[in-house]
Write a protein that binds this ligand. Structure first.
Ligand code: ATP
Length: 199
C-alpha cells in the first residue's frame, strides 16, 4: 500500500500547482474535489438519495446534479445540510481510502482542501501544507477566477486559519516565490517521501 501524503492549503495557495509538479515525477495524485463529484455522478447512490429526499428539482435535464439548486437549498435549511454531509462525507472518505490503497507509485498525494477543517489527518501518514500569505491568496485567486476581492475574503474567513493549518503540518511548502523556488522545494520533499515510503 502506498505511503500517503495529504496535501492541503487555503484557497489559491497553490495545491493544484504543487500536485501537478509531483505528478510530473510519476507520483499519483488523488483529489478530494474530484471524488466529491464522483459520489454524486448520474447513477450513483449519492445522487439517487439526493433526488429521493429533495425531488427532481435537484437534477438538471441531463440527469446530473443541479449544484446551484442544492447549494441554495442547504444554505437556507441547515438540517438538510447536516443530512447531506452525513450522506456524502462517509462516501467521500471511503473512496479516498480505496483510491489511495490502489495507488501504484511508491507514495501518493491525497489533496484535500479542507483536511484540517474536517479533521482528516488519519487518512494520511504525513501532512504537507502549501502556505502563502492571505494577500497572495487574494491576489492570485482574484486574478485566476476574475472574482471580486470580497468574495475571496469571505471564503478565506470560512476556512481554517493559516496558523491552524501550520499546526497540523509535518512539512510546509512556502509558495510566495517563482516556479523555480517551488520546484526546488518539491524536489527536496520528493526525495524525503521516497525515503519514508521505502522504510
Ligand atoms: P483552490 O483551492 O482555489 O483550488 P489551489 O490551492 O489549487 O486553489 P492553484 O490553482 O494551484 O491553487 O493556484 C492559484 C493560482 O495561483 C493559479 O492561477 C496558479 O497558476 C497561481 N500560482 C500558483 N503558484 C504560483 C507561484 N509560485 N507564482 C505565481 N503564481 C502562482
Amino acid at each position: 500500500m502506498a505511503y500517503v501524503v495529504g496535501v492541503t492549503g487555503g484557497i489559491g495557495s497553490g495545491k493544484t500547482t504543487v500536485a501537478n509538479l509531483f505528478a510530473e515525477k510519476g507520483i499519483e495524485v488523488i483529489d478530494a474535489d474530484v471524488i466529491a463529484r464522483q459520489v454524486v455522478e448520474p447513477g450513483s447512490e449519492g445522487l439517487k438519495a439526493i433526488a429521493a429526499k429533495f425531488g427532481a428539482s435537484m437534477l438538471n435535464d441531463d440527469g446530473t446534479l443541479n449544484r446551484g439548486a442544492l447549494r441554495e437549498h442547504v444554505f437556507s435549511h441547515p438540517e438538510d445540510k447536516e443530512w447531506l454531509n452525513g450522506l456524502l462525507h462517509p462516501k467521500i472518505r471511503h473512496e479516498m481510502i480505496t483510491q489511495t490503497a490502489q495507488a501504484k507509485s511508491s507514495y501518493c498525494l491525497l489533496v484535500i482542501p479542507l483536511l484540517v477543517e474536517n479533521g482528516l489527518q488519519s487518512l494520511c501518514q504525513r501532512v504537507l501544507v502549501v502556505d502563502v500569505s492571505e494577500a497572495t491568496q487574494i491576489a492570485r485567486t482574484t486574478q485566476r477566477d476574475q472574482v471580486p476581492e470580497e468574495q475571496v475574503k469571505s471564503i478565506l474567513a470560512a476556512q481554517a486559519t493559516r496558523e491552524q493549518r501550520l499546526e497540523a503540518a509535518n512539512d510546509v511548502i512556502t509558495n510566495e516565490d517563482d516556479s523555480k523556488v517551488l520546484s526546488q522545494q518539491i524536489e527536496t520533499l520528493h526525495h524525503q517521501y521516497l525515503a519514508l515510503a521505502a522504510q
